[in-house]
Ligand binder design. Structure first.
Ligand code: OXD
Ligand code: MN
Length: 595
């Protein structure tokens, strides 16, 4: 097929609003030299053909047709298993606009570097044009993009994770604007791998990786890094948050948005199953999203949120019938698994699933514990959100859902109590800005190292954190009816190194207290770090907490907090004069109250 001819094929049928898209596809084809160009329509037939092709070349391996119908296993290159933060850049004309929270490269240098990598890289391959919409297709909060990729695995994943194909292309034609994402797996060489963002140009260039967060450009690259920049300009928020609806026995549903660093249980919280007593009383939990939340003020002053994604790209290890039965039901069919192990019955398997021993590990080797875990710690499932039994009936509401509470949380083995409430919005912004967490396997690098991860956005904010905090503070306007802000820590450990809080479904007890605080129906004790519940303020019926657990989960350690707040102050100082005075003022207020 002559690529150059095919580039313009869509022009007659799509009309001039697609001129910019056609011109870009032509420009990329001239640079990358693909053998074929395929415009994705998102149809079942197209997907079936792609899957057949990937099965034929071994990109996808079939799983047990009976236990896991229409599900597939993909094994990535062993050196391409996670996001690469050290190779991810934000390329703004001024270095300071990217901030100390990002790696920066001058746009001209970054374009030259990337274009040299892309030159001729699609020879012998097909270039796929993937139009997609982040958010319900008819939502005013949604935004469109087009990813060009040479990876059919990426196309199949984008079809699950976004609204991909003809409807998105029609919206792009109507609006005339879209985010441009250029991706090639290149040689999958870690030495020739970069993920570059050009926020002013609404452009992404990603080379050398097929891993989700690096390659499914709608997700972290568009819906967080580029969208956070757009959101700042347009007065909304693009956040690394799950969205969950909590329905009480009276039938009222409060929506909660919660930010946790990668691999800290967002999917589990989004799909939480209420403890037995709560179920009997009539509590229900509804999943809107498990990773990303776009919010903007509505006419009534409240924040309304959509999940820009259409699927889940979840961490497999630890997912089980007891930790997350909704996730297990969701991934029981039509799922792409990446880097999990398999049993001798060709069923997908990972650590924490059950007591079986797998036959092959994530690299396809006969399983040998001496080689480490059978499933890669960052192995994933990609699945449509519509398969989730707790999928909210309001998840596709074009206007979004009203948010009653925002929750920040991290992995903190010590100091940080189970839950506290910020006294007001500026204090809540400081609580988010001060978030700290131990690192996980979702990104390459050391695991278990404590780092500041403001609003869980450290790897994802497309601009200077100082400006980002100022943007958050700016929502505190007359007439605004902002959510209450809370901080939780499910990961507090006792002296024996074991977790003190049972977590998972039991977290609903904490969410109930938050909702009652929102409704003005629950008590708390005022401390310099915020409002803390006493054990009696939570429903702890049926939870056996030791004295140590109760003291640590509900206690406030003044000396420990004094040094924590000092270290938060030093962190804010790293941003120099750009850091909003109001945030430094909050830190100083708390430091002086701690004495
Ligand atoms: C993710 C991540 O994949 O945060 O969601 O790494
Ligand atoms: Mn995430």
């Amino acid at each position: 097929m002559n690529a150059a001819v095919d580039v313009f094929k869509s022009q007659d049928s799509q009309g001039c609003r697609l001129d910019a898209l056609n011109a870009w596809v032509a420009e990329v084809a001239a640079l990358t030299q693909p053998d074929h160009i395929h415009w994705c329509d998102g149809s079942d037939a197209e997907n079936a053909a792609l899957i057949a092709r990937m099965q034929a070349d071994g990109t996808l391996l079939p799983l047990n047709r009976e236990t896991d119908p229409h599900s597939w296993l993909h094994r990535s290159s062993p050196s391409d298993v996670a996001r690469v933060e050290h190779l991810t850049f934000v390329c703004t004309p001024e270095r300071d606009d990217a901030g100390p929270n990002n790696h920066w490269m001058a746009p001209a240098e970054a374009h030259a570097k990337m274009d040299a990598l892309f030159a001729g890289c699609m020879r012998g391959r097909t270039l796929y044009v993937v139009p997609y919409c982040m958010g319900p297709i008819d939502s005013p909060l949604a935004r469109c993009g087009v990813e060009i990729t040479d990876s059919p695995y990426v196309v199949a994943n984008m079809r699950i994770m976004t609204r991909m194909g003809a409807a998105a292309l029609a919206r792009i034609e109507r609006e005339g604007s879209f985010v441009k994402g250029l991706h090639s797996i290149g040689e999958l060489d870690p030495e020739r791998r970069f993920i570059m963002h050009f926020p002013e140009e609404l452009t992404i260039k990603s080379y050398g990786s097929g891993y989700g967060g690096n390659a499914l450009l709608g997700k972290k690259c568009h819906a967080l890094r580029i969208a956070s920049h757009q959101a700042r300009q347009e007065g909304w928020l693009a956040e690394h948050m799950l969205i969950v609806g909590i329905e009480n026995p009276q039938g009222q549903t409060h929506y909660v948005a919660a930010a946790f660093p990668s691999a800290c249980g967002k999917t589990n919280l989004a799909m939480l199953i209420p403890p037995e007593g709560y179920r009997q009383a009539g509590w229900k939990v509804w999943t809107v999203g498990d990773d990303i939340c776009w919010m903007r003020p509505g006419a009534d002053g409240r924040l309304y949120a959509i999940n820009p994604e259409a699927g889940f790209f979840g961490v497999a290890p630890g997912t089980s019938d007891s930790s997350n039965p909704n996730a297990l039901a969701t991934i029981s069919h039509h799922t792409i698994f990446t880097n999990v192990a398999v049993t001798d019955e060709q069923e997908p398997w990972w650590e924490g699933l059950d007591g079986r021993t797998p036959a092959l590990d994530w690299q396809g080797r006969p399983y040998d514990p001496a080689n480490g875990p059978a499933a890669h710690p960052n192995s994933r499932f990609t699945v449509s959100a519509r398969q989730c039994p707790s999928y909210s009936p309001r998840a596709e509401d074009p206007q979004g859902v009203p948010i009653s509470a925002i929750v920040f949380g991290g992995r903190r083995a010590s100091l940080v109590p189970l839950v506290f409430e910020a006294r007001d919005w500026p204090h809540g912004v400081l609580v988010g800005a001060a978030m700290g967490s131990e690192t996980t396997a979702a990104a390459t690098g050391a695991v278990g190292v404590m780092r500041r991860d403001p609003m869980a956005m450290k790897p994802f904010c497309g601009y200077n954190f100082a400006d980002y905090f100022a943007h958050w503070l700016s929502f505190d306007q007359p007439g605004a009816k902002l959510p209450k802000i809370f901080h939780v820590n499910w990961f507090r450990k006792g002296d024996d190194g074991k977790f003190l809080w049972p977590g998972f479904g039991e977290n609903l007890r904490v969410l109930e207290w938050m909702i009652k605080r929102v409704e003005g129906q629950a008590d708390a004790v005022e401390t310099p770090i915020g409002h803390l519940p006493r054990p009696a303020d939570l429903n702890l019926e049926g939870v056996a907490l030791s004295q140590e657990a109760e003291a640590k989960l509900f206690g406030f350690d003044r000396d420990g907090w004094r040094s924590e707040v000092e270290s938060i102050g030093a962190y804010l100082e790293e941003f120099g004069g750009r850091m909003p005075g109001a945030l430094k003022g909050e830190q100083e207020r708390i430091a002086s109250q701690l004495g």
